[in-house]
Design a protein around this ligand. Structure first.
Ligand code: 4AD
Ligand code: MG
Length: 462
């Protein structure tokens, strides 16, 4: 068997020769004597056109009756067709059917709405758009690992079940066992199901940052890349209850280093995709967002803007717009403000730094002005906040006082204070929302359409 990808991307597709492929029928048109099948073999976004002739195939009539999605194996002659829209066609000598699809297959050739496709999340990867999106998802993950590993970052797997609320926002999913009064029959008898399994309250993690900080004090540069969970009450196109986050953490750095690394990592991912996912990006540019490629190129060419929160507030106050939510120093920037900064004022990604300490997490390092913290959010056009990061408070006494001020129980964070007590380096890092990055690099407009099986408030399929 050959892969269709190799026919398109190497000179294999320019030679007339005998091949065999296996794939799924995407379209089929037939007359009495001849049938044209578009077959996709999963290796590439583009199909191969197959010509089936009644004079050649014993099972010609059976083939013409196959419905879309049927799985087939085809042997025949690959013939280059330089004048045609597709560069080659396969003249079938035998076609065997592996799996015949029922004829009520829901994906017909017409364009379906995103809403409808979400209701068939198990079938939508078979459409070109979702093929491109999920191929890019895989390649973007690879590029992120590649960049970080090449820069000597150590990949650390942090826990999914946790007892701490890293972001201090109280937006966590509780983890419990089954009904304590009706334990599963196979349960270990020693476990007391009248208590929680862990003997204390546990949650799904909202971020791997605190545990990965422990590893930063041993390996210097580390990262997590895993699922995180937030029970946020936000019905937006940018929030999911389950999403993946990349969290690099570095020792001996300041905020400028953190911004430099995050900018360079994002640009690397975009460059990697332009090189390795060009057919998928081209498809999305042609069919989903005609500004996509231009925007990605521009992102590479310009450096990201950098302004302080205080400057951002001044720029917003000077703007000739009535925001729904009034702008004043101290507010948490809302989506409308973030969009205005990235889309209208800067027209490119912009880091906003040095936020008021009261609206940010307890672990962020206090600046000397006592009002702000050494933190940054990256705001990008179309998406809003893509990255959140900061220097971490490494001074034991300042951190302990801040935890008290923010109402955190110190007893549960003794281990975190230990990281300061025992040789704290100045350190910091950032978190990239993987799905928001994917929205940026695919042009998709809704986070539900870059997650294979999205988990959204009020809506879970399986
Ligand atoms: O800004 P956040 O909350 O930062 C942290 O969790 C830090 N611990 C990161 C760090 O410094 N190591 O989240 C980071 C990013 C956001 O900028 C956003 O892109 C994404 O995670 N994010 C979400 N993505 C999808 N759905 C949600 N509900 C998200 N919440 C945050
Ligand atoms: Mg944030």
């Amino acid at each position: 068997n050959v892969l269709v990808k190799d026919l398109y991307t190497t000179n294999e597709g320019q030679k007339q020769h005998q091949i065999q492929i296996s794939g799924w029928i995407r379209t089929i048109r037939s007359s009495k004597k001849i049938a044209f099948l578009e077959v996709n073999d999963g290796s590439y976004i583009r199909n191969i056109q197959v010509i089936a002739k009644a004079s050649q195939l014993e099972n010609f009539t059976e083939i013409t009756k196959l419905s879309i999605a049927s799985a087939v194996t085809i042997s025949g002659e690959l013939v280059p067709t330089p004048e045609a829209p597709q560069p080659f066609e396969l003249q079938a000598q035998t076609i065997t059917t592996a799996g015949v699809a029922a004829n009520d297959y829901p994906l017909q050739k017409k364009q379906h709405s995103w809403e409808y496709l979400r209701t068939i999340a198990h079938l939508r990867p078979r459409t070109n758009t979702f093929y491109a999106v999920f191929k890019i998802r895989s390649q973007a993950a690879f590029a992120i690992h590649e960049y970080l590993q090449h820069h000597d970052f150590v990949y650390v797997n942090t826990p999914i079940i946790t007892s701490s609320d890293t972001e201090g926002a109280g937006e966590m999913f509780r983890v419990t066992t089954l009904d304590p009064n009706d334990p599963p029959k196979t349960a270990d008898k020693k476990l007391d199901f009248n208590q929680d399994f862990f003997g204390q309250e546990t949650n799904l993690t909202v971020s791997g940052q605190l545990p990965v900080e422990a590893f930063a004090m041993a390996f210097r540069n580390v990262y997590t890349f895993g699922p995180t969970f937030r029970a946020e009450d936000s019905h937006t196109k940018r929030h999911a209850a389950e999403f993946w986050m990349i969290e690099p953490e570095m020792s001996f750095v300041n905020l400028v280093d953190i911004l430099d690394v995050s900018e360079s990592l994002l640009k690397y991912v975009i460059e990697y995709l332009l090189q390795h996912a060009s057919a998928d990006l081209q498809f999305l540019n042609d069919n989903v967002d005609d500004q996509l490629l231009a925007r990605l190129q521009a992102t590479l060419q310009n450096s990201f803007a950098r302004i302080t929160y205080t400057e951002a507030i001044e720029r917003l106050q000077a703007a000739p717009v009535d925001f729904k939510f009034p702008v004043a120093w101290g507010i948490d920037l809302k989506a409308e403000h973030e969009q205005y900064l990235a889309e209208e004022i800067f027209k490119r990604p912009v880091f906003v730094t040095d936020y008021p300490r009261g609206i940010k997490a307890f672990y962020m390092r206090d600046n000397d002005d006592q009002r702000t913290v050494a933190a940054a959010d990256l705001l990008v056009p179309r998406i809003g906040e893509l990255i959140g990061g900061s220097e971490r408070e490494e001074r034991t006494d300042v951190l302990a006082a801040k935890m008290k001020e923010f109402g955190l129980p110190q007893s549960e964070y003794e281990w975190y204070l230990d990281l300061r007590r025992y040789g704290a380096a100045k350190h910091g890092g950032f978190g990239i929302g993987f799905e928001r990055l994917l929205m940026y690099v695919t042009g998709m407009d809704n986070i539900r359409d870059v997650i294979p099986f999205p988990r959204i408030q009020g809506n879970i399929q399986f």
